[in-house]
Ligand binder design. Structure first.
Ligand SMILES: Cc1cc2nc3c(=O)[nH]c(=O)nc-3n(C[C@H](O)[C@H](O)[C@H](O)COP(=O)(O)OP(=O)(O)OC[C@H]3O[C@@H](n4cnc5c(N)ncnc54)[C@H](O)[C@@H]3O)c2cc1C
Ligand code: SF4
Length: 308
């Protein structure tokens, strides 16, 4: 292969220098710190993120929802929201392991929210959607030029909300509202309770709950983002960061100069890019097989292949 990590200008292991922010972040706080810096510098005037129930209760005007009864939102259901301050960014930090339709706010960000320079975070498929909207703006008039910074997060697979509910409440025997953090790493699905409990589930339990659409996905490290980041490859509390585009390079360079991040060369950390490459290869090889299977799925009839 060789193309599994996409094009990038530089790759480092990094974490935010903001200790308070790090308490709320999933890994090295790259997404939250980079957007906070970009907001401060006027590089973006708002960012689309995945918020939650508590966020919606505190900042209702930042979430585009028909139903204003925020009590009805379930714990750990992501709510796409537009943030304009560091406090709002921090309130939306952390990984929600279920689908957050962040791209659904893209057009509205330029309309009702009046943004001219949008930041957006998302999974690799969401970065693809952002780029497609820029190149083929069907129903997305004027949106493309307003996208100022697209930050991608690595993603092996995602889950529907119901699956997360089953995994946490049934398999891990914890109530979703009592969960502080979830994490997939070191071959396990980890659930951390607010009272200090830790439950780990082997990934073989989680497989059947995966979103089926993820099984045709051929991108692990958000190849189309300006900057991509994930936990894999770096030590706990740190992130692997791939700076990809000219825009990404410029923002990352300015944020580094402003002291937003501490970094280590990726070659110096364990497990480093070797593991990222291995996992990217595994994902792509497995999902290519699923795609091939779709070509001969029916008798004399194929299922659609979105790549051709
Ligand atoms: C479904 C999923 C699968 C992942 N799989 C992997 C993996 O296999 N390997 C790996 O290294 N990393 C994976 N990640 C990424 C990792 O969990 C962290 O999100 C990433 O390292 C960023 O950490 P941070 O500390 O920089 O982010 P933070 O500063 O904590 O910010 C995280 C940002 O992501 C946004 N966000 C949270 N959940 C979602 C969501 N569901 N969809 C879109 N945006 C969201 C938040 O709003 C926030 O802005 C996955 C993330 C998701 C959502
Ligand atoms: S595995 Fe692919 S399709 Fe599924 S959420 Fe992640 S990036 Fe999107």
């Amino acid at each position: 292969m060789g193309a599994e990590l996409g094009n990038y200008k530089s790759c480092v292991s990094a974490r935010s220098t903001d200790k308070e922010l790090l308490k709320h972040a999933q890994d090295g706080g790259i997404v939250t710190s980079l957007f906070a810096f970009a907001l401060e510098e006027g590089i973006i005037d708002g960012a689309i993120v995945a918020a939650n129930k508590e966020f919606a209760a505190k900042y209702p005007s930042k979430c585009m929802m028909d139903n204003s009864n925020f009590d009805m939102i379930e714990p750990w259901r992501p709510i796409p929201a537009i943030v304009n301050t560091k406090a709002e960014l921090i309130a939306a930090a952390g990984t929600k392991y279920n689908i957050s339709p962040n791209v659904s706010l893209l057009k509205e960000a330029t309309r009702s929210f009046g943004l001219d320079k949008i930041g957006i975070v998302g999974t690799p498929c969401q970065m693809q959607a952002v780029r497609k909207a820029q190149l083929y703006p069907i129903g997305m008039r004027d949106v493309g030029a307003s996208i100022a910074l697209a930050v991608g997060i690595f993603c092996m697979e995602n889950f529907p909300y119901q699956s997360i509910l089953q995994l946490v409440e049934d398999h891990a025997a914890m109530k979703l509202e009592s969960v502080k953090k979830m994490e997939i790493g070191k071959g396990k699905f980890w659930v951390y309770g607010k009272r200090g409990q830790v439950v780990q589930l082997p990934l073989k339990i989680t497989h059947k709950y995966e979103q089926p659409g993820c099984h045709v996905c051929l991108d692990y490290v958000a190849n189309l983002a300006d900057v991509s980041t994930g936990s894999v490859g770096s030590p706990d509390g740190w992130s692997t960061v791939m700076v990809r585009s000219k825009i990404g390079d410029s923002v990352w360079g300015k944020a580094m100069a402003a002291g937003c991040f501490e970094t280590q060369p990726i070659e110096k950390v364990k497990p480093g890019l070797e593991l990222v490459t291995k996992l990217a290869n595994e994902k792509i090889t497995k999902n290519k097989k699923t795609l091939e299977g779709r070509a001969t799925f029916g008798v004399g009839k194929a299922l659609r292949n979105p790549y051709i």
